[in-house]
Design a protein around this ligand. Structure first.
Ligand SMILES: Cc1ncc(COP(=O)(O)O)c(C=O)c1O
Length: 385
């Protein structure tokens, strides 16, 4: 047996990868498991987007390698999108790099800036990929606490008690997954001031800004943000295109060039048809977001009822594709979700997937249609099920 690389010793198999295998096994034995755990949009992408992908098949050279930086029309589309939706001005030639989703960007950014032994500030709770990628590049995670009583925002005086001298990157993600908390302009200003004070690159991972969020924001709206901050964004959730793998990193040209130095050595340009589809998506008017959100709002009402039936408490004024809820009576997240899975045949995410501060919480997804959510409610409220 060839021994695996040492860097893998610190990275476990992803919780969902293991759990979904167990669930597939249960389904194979005939159990009608309902999964309301995963945030993969079930709604359709815009029709114009699919048409643009199909039409692209007729373009001469469509099957060839594409530019590492994406076609100019796509970068222009991203620049227009940022101007229209966030009032952020980006140079389409130097300040935008298309990516295969924001997840890919987490690895490229980490490889571009981290040396072995560097430290990285990572939200707890937060998206697990920040920590696993940090470990894969042999840097060290320094978890910062997010808590309900601080509206899931960083507590800078607590963070400053740590030795920050080796910290190079801080991951932030507002609207926040899994809690749905949003950051005010003031909170972003404080983040930028903190990053400047400690010479840290702040990366805002922003894939949820248009989902159930009244006020979509970019961290780059803050004056002077480009000196220390970049942003990841994605079409996965905004336009129901998770499987297409299309996103972007935006920021000042020096940083984008450094990330391109990594990316251009790892992969090649995005398929032309995907770029053409993405261009159409980015042009959509505001009523696209309104239509999606009206569906998510109805689903969210049902998820609230599900959480009421479970005796959970939750905040209603949150954004993103999930509802985050506190369990009753100090229940533990994984034993609670396992009990639901085995007794009610419903799978919900335990908050501990996102870090130790997720203990005592669970997360449900809005990527499940109302009929299925009603069935979950029936299962929870019917005795002897
Ligand atoms: C916080 C966060 N960042 C990034 C991603 C990855 O998104 P993408 O499809 O753009 O890679 C997800 C997906 O679930 C997410 O929740």
């Amino acid at each position: 047996m060839i021994p695996k690389a040492d860097r893998l010793k610190q990275v476990k198999e992803y919780y969902f990868s293991k759990k979904l295998r167990e669930i597939a096994g249960l389904i194979a034995t005939g159990k009608p498991i309902i999964n309301i755990a995963i945030g993969s949009p079930d709604l359709q992408p815009p029709l114009e987007v699919v048409a643009a992908l199909k039409n692209a098949m007729q373009i001469d050279g469509v099957h060839k390698y594409q530019s590492y930086q994406g076609i100019p029309e796509f970068r222009l589309g991203i620049a227009d999108f940022y101007k229209t939706n966030y009032n952020v001005k980006l140079n389409p030639n130097t300040e935008i790099l298309p990516l295969m989703g924001s997840k890919e960007g987490i690895m490229h950014i980490s490889m571009a800036f981290l040396n072995k032994g560097d430290k990285v500030l990572i939200p707890n709770p937060g998206y697990p990929t920040y920590a696993s990628v940090t470990k894969l590049v042999e840097a060290a995670p320094v978890y910062y606490n997010l808590s309900e009583h601080n509206n899931w925002l960083p507590n800078f005086s607590e963070i400053e008690k740590e030795d920050l001298s080796k910290v190079k990157i801080m991951w932030v993600n507002y609207p926040h997954m899994p809690t749905g908390a949003t950051a005010s302009k003031l909170a972003f200003e404080q983040l930028i001031a903190f990053a400047k004070k400690h010479h840290i690159l702040v990366v805002n991972d922003n894939p949820y800004s248009f989902i159930l969020n009244e006020n979509p924001q970019s961290i780059l709206q803050v004056d002077g943000a480009k000196e220390v901050a970049i942003e990841l964004n994605s079409l996965s959730k905004t336009f129901n295109m998770a499987g297409w793998r299309v996103g972007m990193v935006v920021g000042t040209s020096e940083i984008i060039k450094t990330i391109l130095q990594v990316k251009s050595n790892m992969d090649s340009g995005m398929f032309l048809g995907i770029q053409k589809g993405a261009i159409e998506a980015l042009k959509l008017p505001a009523n696209w977001f309104e239509e999606q959100n009206s569906i998510y709002r109805k689903r969210r009402e049902l998820v609230w009822k599900i959480f009421d039936a479970l005796g959970c408490t939750y905040a209603k004024n949150i954004g993103g594709l999930f509802v985050w809820a506190k369990l009753p009576n100090g229940e533990k997240a994984e034993s609670f979700t396992d009990k639901l899975l085995y007794e009610k045949e419903v799978f919900i995410t335990p908050g501990t997937v996102f870090g130790t501060n997720g203990e005592g919480y669970i997360r449900a997804s809005l990527c499940v249609n109302s009929a299925v959510l009603k069935e979950v409610l029936t299962r929870l409220t019917t005795k002897n099920n």
